[in-house]
Design a protein around this ligand. Sequence first.
Ligand SMILES: [Zn+2]
Ligand SMILES: [Zn+2]
Length: 207
Amino acid sequence: FMASSANVLWKLNQISVTNTLLPLPAFFVVYDAFYAPFHRALHHRSVYAFVHKHHHRQVVPTRGNTDAINVHPFEFVMGEYNHILTIFLVSRYLLPIHAVACLLFLAIGGCLATLNHTRLDCVFLRVPFTSIPVFAVRAHDTHHVIPNSNYGQYIMLWDWVMGTFRPHPQDPGSIESRRKPAARCKLQAEHSHEADMPVVGTKEKIG
Ligand SMILES: [Zn+2]
Ligand SMILES: [Zn+2]
């Protein structure tokens, strides 16, 4: 597609900020606009076992690229075609793009998907006026623990729109962190109750 499209420029002297750097954020926004709902659909119980379950066999992904591409072939092909669809839509309806922008999109995308399946705690940017990260390794890590959340591959923007964004259980604002103080109080209450009880062992020693 890149070779045949009139909207994709190839000559090196045609490289500019507008056709090389400007399309990059647009690529990720458009890509995940399709990917996030597709990923959400793959989690529907009628199809989950046939395609996407394979990727979720790894509950704590650590192997980077190996875990990122460890998906069912159908999912892999759909993901790759989604990159082409994204490049088509951005170059056709938004702005003419340079081939270098497409290569950067694939390279950066590959790095982000790899990072998503590591233990590296990387966060880039935040959705304006919210505490929701645009990209965060923790977000995809949370998806592997709580699968009905954080469906975006690269960005959390569409999860924010769909209401499926969920903070990491250890992060402030998460359901788990709100539950914790109550659980801690209960535990403390139980312990203080134990402290009031006579300690049999000590008494025996005194006696
Ligand atoms: Zn994953
Ligand atoms: Zn999933």
